[in-house]
Design a protein around this ligand. Structure first.
Ligand code: EPU
Length: 419
């Protein structure tokens, strides 16, 4: 297993470019299964989860060709409308093929994902949404088997709670259903709106994506399209926090500031200077001491759970007590213990982490437990005195493109040791 070695204490200074959004690219790739015509997707990040989704799409029977971040998918025929356990267990977002496969083929067999490091993460909302569109769904041998031999029909679906991939899965099922579907309590994440933009280019009729009510008029068929994936707001946020944590002066280029309002507000409250030097750029600078700030994770446009671990690392260097409350996932504090091994003072009380700062961080050997936890350890390593060795780097490779080269480009002393 590869390791990352970081010699900390160097401020991040300069310009860093952001990649395409992993969480937007995943549903976009699944959406390609809805048409027999070729779909070209630009700015697909080259990260491990995308590789897994491309394997899954190939398994289903589509042809995949890629050149850098430009990927062409052609699902002329779907031979195996199924997502096997081997692929779903490595990436839960594999369940995103359920909606498109039932919509296009009238049947799908998708392995149930198991538990996950950050919480139980069931897919009951995806399943009940499909049932409301008329699919018969059974669970057998660890698989969800869905059937709608005469096609899906539109319905009024009220989600019990907000789910990002649940909204995306149902949206993809609804575009080929007969009649109108209304999705209430839909996720408002920019990734949902990006998926709707792609589907609309393919010929779907969708209104309200990006708000909590989405209306879809089903169409008989979708065609080919070309689409460019939005920038990764979580990668952007991770770099901004890294710039602040190392006391640097960092400009992130190629981002959408509008997608990061909650983080920007919290950074400013913490005493970080945040400016927008261009419509697609954000710059962070720290001139004084960092101040304590409380955060509570929420669905978009609230503070993203995917930036909670990184913000906690920042708060270890702020003066005072910060309360970090996680409301989306029940077990997303695995980084706290590792940050404590580097010198942080963090107490966990249920869904709340209480961080007392500032405490100097010192390099240590730490283990990455999930994608965003690893990102927080990388940031802590960049700010710490001495060497930090991060084990199980495959977690970070799931979602950050070329992270060590990007960070090295703005001054970080970071290298990968291959095993
Ligand atoms: N939930 C249910 N039933 C369901 C679906 C979700 O109870 O059928 C619960 C979950 O257990 C969780 C909450 O609802 O407590 C919200 O989960 P959601 O479904 O929104 O999460 P997701 O769609 O599985 C996506 C991102 C995650 C991100 C969350 C929350 C993708 C591929 N993944 O997951 O990204 O944390 O939304 O914003 O879009 C990451 O990139 O590191 C990551 C984990």
């Amino acid at each position: 297993m590869d390791k990352l070695l970081i010699e900390g204490g160097v401020p991040l200074v300069g310009e860093i470019a952001v990649s395409g959004s992993k969480n937007s690219a995943l549903p976009a790739l699944a959406a390609c299964l809805l048409t027999a015509e070729p779909v070209i997707l630009n700015r697909i990040p080259q990260v491990r989860d995308i590789g897994t989704m491309l394997d899954l799409i190939g398994h289903v029977g589509a042809t995949v060709s890629s050149e850098g971040g430009r990927v062409t998918i052609c699902a002329g025929r779907i031979e195996h409308p199924e997502a096997p356990y081997e692929l779903v267990k490595t990436m839960r977002a594999s369940s995103l093929v359920l909606g498109p496969l039932v919509g296009r083929c009238g049947r799908a067999r998708v392995s149930l994902p198991g538990g996950c490091a950050i919480g139980a993460r069931p897919i009951n909302l995806h399943v009940s949404g499909l049932e409301q569109l008329g699919a018969k769904v059974r669970q057998e041998h660890g698989y969800i088997e869905a059937e709608a031999p005469h096609g899906l029909r539109g319905a009024h679906v009220q989600f019990d709670r907000i789910s990002v991939t649940g909204t995306e899965d149902l949206l993809m099922a609804a575009v080929l259903a007969r009649g109108e579907t209304v999705i209430e309590n839909a996720a408002r994440e920019p990734e949902v709106a990006d998926l709707a933009a792609l589907l609309t280019t393919m010929g779907a009729k969708i209104e309200g994506a990006g708000t909590s009510t989405i209306r879809v008029q089903g169409v008989a068929k979708l065609g080919g399209a070309e689409h460019t994936i939005i920038p990764d707001r979580i990668e952007t946020g991770t770099f901004l926090i890294g710039g602040a944590l190392t006391g640097g002066d960092l400009t992130v280029r190629g981002c959408v500031p509008e997608h990061l309002r909650a983080l920007i507000a919290k950074l400013q409250q913490a005493g970080v200077e945040v400016t927008e030097p261009a419509p697609d750029a954000l710059r962070v600078r720290v001139t004084g001491r960092l101040k304590n700030v409380d955060i509570t994770t929420e669905e978009h446009p609230g503070f993203a759970t995917d930036l909670q671990a990184q913000f906690m690392a920042l708060m270890t260097q702020a003066a005072g007590i910060s309360f970090v409350t996680e409301t989306i996932f029940e077990n997303r504090f695995m980084h706290a213990q590792e940050l404590a091994r580097m010198g942080a003072n963090i107490r966990l009380e249920g869904r709340q982490a209480i961080v007392a700062g500032p405490t100097p961080l010192s390099g240590a050997q730490v283990i990455a437990s999930d994608l965003r936890a690893s990102a927080s350890l990388v940031l802590a390593g960049l700010a710490a005195k001495g060497e930090t060795a991060i084990d199980r780097v495959y977690h970070i490779d799931r979602g950050y493109e070329n992270i060590e080269a990007k960070l090295a480009g703005v001054g970080a002393r970071i290298r990968r040791v291959r095993s």
